[in-house]
Write a protein that binds this ligand. Structure first.
Ligand SMILES: [Zn+2]
Length: 66
């Protein structure tokens, strides 16, 4: 997935689904289905938080395979 396609500029404050900190108006953030948890829903997250989530999800998958 191209990160640019799911990166937006916040038009109002959002709560990061990963770290719980506020994504301030004007900040860039990602809105995407977050790995982990049951339901796959599109949620806002900081770009950094999202990439960290993806990385940890990949590690988990690798661990399951290994
Ligand atoms: Zn965050």
């Amino acid at each position: 997935m191209n990160l640019d396609e799911i990166t937006h500029t916040a038009r109002r404050d959002h709560l990061c689904a990963s770290c719980g900190m506020t994504i301030r108006t004007g900040e860039r953030y990602v809105r995407a289905p977050l790995p982990g948890g049951g339901l796959v829903a599109k949620k806002p997250a900081h770009g950094k938080c999202y990439t960290a989530l993806l990385a940890s999800a990949n590690e988990t998958n690798l661990a399951k395979k290994g």
